[in-house]
Design a protein around this ligand. Structure first.
Ligand SMILES: Nc1ncnc2c1ncn2[C@@H]1O[C@H](COP(=O)(O)OP(=O)(O)O)[C@@H](O)[C@H]1O
Ligand SMILES: [Mg+2]
Length: 153
């Protein structure tokens, strides 16, 4: 898939909206997205946009200190993880990400490179600084996400 130039906040928001639409439409029980990229490239910003466009209308906190934030709504369980501040990557076990639930589970992990045991993902997005904009590149393992690069208008 092509890289996407995200000119400003609103372009990142559109990407988040397009991802949310795909998540809501898909029939998979579990979908996992990994977000790579330096500090400030927009990983949390993109996750907030995905959550809001999936129907979460309340506040979204960054999990920088808590490591994991959970959101339950509309038969969805959203787990947002940020591993930046942990050196104990096995800490992630306490969040029981692989629990069985009724409904759809969406897992988003910032700084997945800190995982001690790599986890399979449906899509990995790498965000990079590009002057005042951002560039997103995609590693897609689940075809539901194909086409995201062509649909950012
Ligand atoms: N396409 C973009 N171009 C410029 N700035 C952006 C873009 N997308 C998001 N941002 C900004 O980048 C910052 C990213 O912060 P954050 O999401 O906390 O980064 P990270 O979680 O990767 O450390 C936010 O202030 C947001 O407004
Ligand atoms: Mg972040």
């Amino acid at each position: 898939m092509n890289n996407l130039i995200l000119k400003d906040d609103s372009a990142t928001n559109i990407l988040g909206k397009n991802i949310a639409n795909i998540l809501l439409k898909s029939s998979f029980d579990v979908i996992e997205i990994h977000l790579n990229g330096d500090l400030g490239t927009g990983k949390t910003f993109l996750t907030k946009s995905i959550l809001k466009n999936s129907g979460w209308s309340r506040n979204v906190k960054s999990p920088t200190y808590t490591l994991c934030e959970e959101y339950e709504f509309n038969n969805l369980l959203f787990l947002h993880i940020d591993l930046y501040r942990t050196n104990e990557a096995e800490d992630i076990l306490i969040f029981n990400l692989d629990r069985k639930i009724n409904g759809k589970k969406i897992i988003i992990i910032e700084w997945p490179e800190k995982l001690k045991e790599p986890r399979p993902y449906d899509m990995k997005i790498n965000l990079e600084h590009l002057d005042k904009s951002r560039e997103a590149s995609f590693n897609i393992k689940n075809n539901i996400f194909l086409g995201l690069d062509k649909n950012n208008v």
